[in-house]
Design a protein around this ligand. Structure first.
Ligand SMILES: C[S@@+](CC[C@H](N)C(=O)[O-])C[C@H]1O[C@@H](n2cnc3c(N)ncnc32)[C@H](O)[C@@H]1O
Length: 389
């Protein structure tokens, strides 16, 4: 069967993480339009893709306006605050869920539903009312669905960013309806990644909900391969007062030779330094910065709690290690954004750069809100492979 060209709509586009992931999965794909209300994100998007996302609030889009695009693929990365662990978890009752709920409504009514739907969100989304509404709508409209809770470290990236992903593809009208275990419970969610082409062809879990896919665990490169050489690290050091005013430290200090960094959130680079992402040790590289308490970190690769990563209660040792913030280009690289030019040198693909108008703090905030382009590309390759069936 001839392959249908992918014509996508990108909702909640931010700095275009889903766009980059899509074109890496399918260089012939086109994004027809993007939607986001954040002016800084849109400035970055425009600078890289050459067109401006619509600033119309997604919850006010009419059915006719969406139908007019004739898109066969919807990409969504709605706000995560209604579902985050630290938040109030108001789920469908949070006004930030309105836009997603509206899109679910539109999907229920649209005369020509997209062949593919892809969504990214935080862990906890899988147990939300929003997720149930989305899955029920997709089921009613004849989609097969696969859901994942996975991290880029599982595909050989030196960053841990565990996220929820939903891949849905529409069955042809005459195809038999498959089992719909996803309607009963989220326990069928796949937590392992295999070769992309197996994304849809292999069952993710057995009847007890255990993952059955073979674990595919390439070793990430050292963090040094993501770093930008700096003439002077001083302007980028974590201020001493941030370190010394804490009684107990929960900084994630990593060395250039490490192979894992922690999840960068939108608070990274602000004064909320704890738990928002890793800091890079620039001195005393021959030793791990240790103090009285040793915190063991569970390796997402091996599941083994083995690495000593944190310094606790010893501010002077942390200061002596001169931890610095990761630079926006480094975080972008860890997230898989094509900061070094189009992937594979393919002229059909876009590169990524931040416009000069955005401060470092704004860049880091946008990156913290974004996603792993690597995981998106991996999963979309599998989802869209169904297009060639
Ligand atoms: C989790 S971020 C998505 C980030 C994006 N995937 C990226 O790669 O940068 C959610 C985005 O949704 C946008 N947003 C939230 N509510 C919106 C609405 N009602 N209409 C349009 N955009 C909205 C926010 O401005 C934010 O950029």
């Amino acid at each position: 069967m001839p392959r249908m060209p992918i014509r996508a709509l990108e909702f909640f586009s931010g700095i275009g993480g889903l766009h980059y992931g899509l074109e890496r999965a399918d260089p012939t794909a086109t994004v027809l339009a993007s939607f986001d209300m954040n002016q800084n994100a849109n400035a970055c998007y425009h600078a890289n893709f050459g067109f401006k996302p619509s600033t119309t609030s997604i919850d006010t889009l009419s059915l006719q306006a969406v139908e007019r695009f004739g898109a066969n693929c919807w990409l969504l990365s709605p706000p995560c605050q209604p579902f985050t662990q630290g938040g109030k978890r108001l789920d469908h009752e949070d006004k930030r869920s309105l836009a997603l709920l509206h899109l679910i409504d539109l999907l229920g009514q649209i005369s020509a539903p997209p062949d593919f739907v892809f969504l990214e969100n935080v862990p906890n989304f899988e147990v939300s009312v929003c997720r149930s509404r989305l899955v029920e709508c997709l089921d009613a409209r004849n989609y097969d669905i696969r859901e994942f809770l996975v991290s880029p470290v599982q595909i050989g990236v030196a960053n841990d960013r565990r996220r929820y992903y939903l891949c849905a593809r529409r069955r042809s009208a005459d195809a038999p309806k498959s089992d719909t275990p996803y309607l009963q419970a989220p326990r069928v969610i796949t937590t392992m990644l295999s070769d992309p082409v197996k994304t849809f062809s292999q069952p993710g879990s057995d009847s007890d909900g255990r993952d059955t896919e073979p674990a595919w665990k390439p070793t990430p490169p050292q963090i040094s391969s993501y770093l930008q050489p700096l003439e002077d690290v001083s302007p980028h050091l974590v201020p001493q007062e941030y370190i010394l005013k804490r009684k107990s430290f929960r900084f994630d200090l990593v060395k250039p030779t490490d192979r894992i960094s922690s999840c960068f959130t939108k608070a990274y680079g602000s004064h909320h330094v704890i738990g928002s992402g890793s800091f890079l040790q620039t001195e005393r590289l021959d030793v791990r910065v240790l103090a009285f308490n040793i915190v063991l970190r569970r390796s997402p690769l091996t599941g083994v709690a083995a690495q000593v990563e944190f310094a606790v209660d010893d501010g002077p040792s942390v200061v002596a290690a001169r931890p610095r913030f990761f630079r926006p280009t480094e975080v972008a690289r860890l997230h898989g954004f094509p900061i070094d030019g189009p992937p594979r040198g393919d002229p059909r693909l876009h590169a990524m750069a931040f416009p000069d108008s955005l401060s470092v703090a704004q860049q880091l905030k946008l990156l913290g809100n974004s996603l792993s382009v690597d995981v998106v590309a991996h999963l979309l390759s599998g989802l869209l492979a169904a297009n060639a069936d």
